[in-house]
Design a protein around this ligand. Structure first.
Ligand SMILES: Cc1cc2nc3c(=O)[nH]c(=O)nc-3n(C[C@H](O)[C@H](O)[C@H](O)COP(=O)(O)O)c2cc1C
Ligand code: SF4
Length: 645
């Protein structure tokens, strides 16, 4: 029995296949396949780490089942033809050879086709994202009965290809707003034939797909199904619907139910960002587990091993299916198994790398916390050719990552920090709705302490750095302030100074100048306190520029809920007794203000870097002092400097 997480590391069966522990890699499209959907060496390399990392079962990302309309995204994996079996076999064997069970998800995208029109769906109602982009062309065509029959066959053949290739389990994608959910949910199914209307009718397509897959692979071969507990759509699929579907699937011989939630329109319920609760869809897994005997997977925002253990031990689910946490650290399971959860590079649910700079740009997957994702060999840590004395100035995320990476390569590293290690991560993680960032802070600090970095509490000058072979400057930023009359009044504070214990706690009329990420977070933080009325003044035509898609959805909702007033295209011209005066196009207005918070951007601190450069020192500038950015930019630039030095 594992002494640290006994339930998480106990074996369990799916059908007749034994899984060595309760950790499954949730399917996540990586964009690492070739353009035609065939397996690439980059894809295999990425999965190799997961298998080495002791994941019990790896559910390989969704694979499209036909050559017509099922493919959702660029460089998506394919399983639509027998010629794909060679590559799929390479992938399945790699996973199996390293001790994990290979499973693959088979999928048709339905109306959610990132590649754009044409789309096919249960009924002709469009996916809002594509409708905004393509208008009427994005209205999906309703599948004919003949086309439905063909797709049932396509799914069956795809399942057989998976088995032939060596996968030991197949997962049918019946969640997240793709074709099968287009049938299951009344939100997207308005058919009047025997595939629409009643629950039983809406289930018919999945029933036929499942049955045909079973016919192709045989009774003994386990097929599991991923379902959304609910799609969170108005008039959509309820948990009672999903309970019915799960029970019917069990009767048909389904080996397990993988319970997720949401669709791409309601993506915050599927890829829950840090502002929402952890384990966001565990309630649905628990509800389904109560009514079926087959194993049930809980998925979504289960980032830490103790939480995973608690879900399993309390009987809410039989397996934990993890996506983003295993992108942030493919060795998550191994580290937990060995009793070192503090070494897990944590997923902070920022969706910055995996979605905003990955899938959503039509690019392959990235991760804020794991710069090697997709570049496992090219960016691997290798011993330095020559051991150097390296100074890192600044202990924010960029400096911490640079110091740790350089130390892991064998350099003698000294890290100078004038404040607490972590830099702006302290302010960034201050609101409870951003508590996940505290995990990143803890992890980065733990790693430099473990890897022999000498920490000096001091603001380093060029003279302090004279004896070093190389210097990495990570001196961060300074708030830009606001050059207008009245900005020095006692009721005017920098927003970042409010984001700390003992910071200003305003009441009454609060004005936040600047509607970027810091401004909006400050505004929503204070708008949730009693006795405040918050206003945001933003110079640009819209707020939340550069924020992640999920941040925009969550904060947009909170701004409305809490009655925050927003003035865009509004330039502040003065602050006085009567409040904050601004110009909006040709008019002037004044908002009364008891407190004013400035969130007007950050300026990079580059003086030390320039001084060292002029002296001919081997120097690298990383993180915000290079260019103000996000945690992603800091971690990645710090890591790359640590590799170079
Ligand atoms: C980049 C990315 C790709 C995804 N691709 C798939 C997919 O191919 N199939 C699927 O069922 N879910 C997909 N998902 C959803 C995940 O499997 C998972 O349900 C979601 O990320 C929430 O779990 P987590 O908090 O453990 O990441 C994807 C999510 C992300 C972030
Ligand atoms: S980019 Fe952010 S949300 Fe995505 S896996 Fe990495 S840390 Fe998690």
């Amino acid at each position: 029995m594992n002494p640290y997480f006994p339930t998480l590391f106990s074996p369990c069966k799916i059908g007749n296949v034994t899984i060595k522990n309760r950790i499954c890699k949730a399917p996540q499209t990586t964009g690492l396949s070739h353009m035609d959907g065939s397996v690439s060496s980059r894809l295999v390399r990425c999965y190799e780490d997961l298998a080495r990392g002791e994941v019990g079962m790896i559910i390989v990302e969704y694979a499209f089942v036909d050559r017509k309309y099922s493919k959702s995204a660029s460089n998506q994996l394919g399983i639509c033809d027998d010629e794909y079996i060679v590559g799929l076999g390479w992938l399945a064997d790699t996973i199996k050879n390293l001790g994990s069970v290979p499973c693959i998800q088979i999928e048709h995208c339905g109306r959610q086709r990132f590649l754009g029109p044409p789309m096919k769906s249960a009924s002709p109602n469009p996916w809002p994202l594509m409708y905004e982009r393509y208008g009427r062309a994005a209205i999906p065509e309703e599948l004919t009965i003949d086309e439905i029959h063909q797709l049932v066959e396509d799914f069956g053949r795809a399942a057989l290809r998976a088995k032939t290739a060596g996968f030991q389990v197949v997962e049918i994608h019946g969640a997240h707003g793709y074709l099968i959910t287009n049938f299951l949910s009344p939100f997207t199914n308005q058919r009047r034939d025997w595939y629409g209307g009643s629950r039983e009718n809406r289930f018919r397509f999945l029933e036929q797909v499942f049955t045909r897959c079973k016919e192709y692979v045989g009774e003994d071969f386990p097929i599991i199904v991923r379902l959304s507990g609910t799609d969170y759509e108005p008039g959509g699929m309820t948990i009672d619907d999903t309970i019915y579907y799960a029970q019917r699937l069990e009767q048909l011989g389904c080996a397990a139910i993988d319970v997720s939630g949401g669709d791409h329109h309601q993506m915050i319920h599927q890829v829950t960002p840090m502002q929402l609760d952890r384990g966001h869809n565990v309630w649905a897994a628990e509800a389904i587990k109560k009514v079926v005997k087959i194993p049930v997977f809980a998925t979504g925002s289960i980032t830490q091993p103790d939480f995973a253990e608690e879900i399993l031990a309390s009987g809410k689910a039989d397996f934990i299916s993890m996506g983003r946490p295993l992108l942030a650290d493919p060795y998550w399971a191994k580290k937990a198994q060995e009793g070192h959860p503090e070494d897990i590079s944590p997923c902070i649910r920022c969706n910055e790398g995996c979605l905003d700079r990955g899938n959503h740009l039509g690019k392959s997957i990235n991760c804020t916390m794991n710069p090697t994702l997709g570049f496992e060999d090219a960016l691997a840590i290798r011993p330095a050719d020559k051991v150097r004395k390296v100074a890192v100035v600044g202990g924010g995320p960029a400096g911490l990552k640079a110091a740790d990476t350089a130390a892991l390569r064998g350099h003698e590293v000294t890290l100078f920090e004038k404040r607490a290690l972590g830099g702006w991560l302290h302010e960034a993680s201050y609101p409870d709705f951003k508590a996940d960032i505290r995990d990143a802070l803890r992890y980065l600090v733990t790693q430099v302490n473990k890897h022999g970095v000498t920490v000096v509490e001091k603001e380093a000058t060029a003279a302090d750095l004279a004896g070093f072979d190389a210097v990495i400057v990570a001196t961060g930023t300074t708030p830009a302030g606001l050059p207008v009359p009245g900005a020095d009044r006692p009721n005017v504070t920098l927003a970042v100074d409010a984001l700390k214990e003992g910071g200003v706690r305003p009441t009454g009329q609060v004005v936040v100048v600047g509607g970027g990420l810091i401004g909006v977070e400050t505004a929503v933080l204070f708008s949730r306190q009693p006795d405040t009325q918050v206003t945001i003044l933003e110079m640009l035509p819209q707020i939340m520029n550069g924020c992640s898609d999920c941040d925009k959805i969550v904060y947009g909702g909170w701004i409305q809920e809490n009655g925050v007033q927003v003035f865009t295209s509004s330039k502040v011209v003065s602050i006085g007794e009567e409040g904050v005066t601004f110009e909006q196009r040709s008019r002037r207005g004044t908002v009364p203000a008891d407190h004013v918070f400035l969130a007007t951007g950050m300026k990079p601190n580059q003086a030390l870097y320039e001084e060292l450069l002029a002296q001919g020192v081997m120097v690298y500038n990383v993180g915000d002092s290079q260019a103000p950015g996000k945690i992603y930019d800091a971690v990645h630039s710090g890591y790359k400097a640590g590799l170079k030095v």
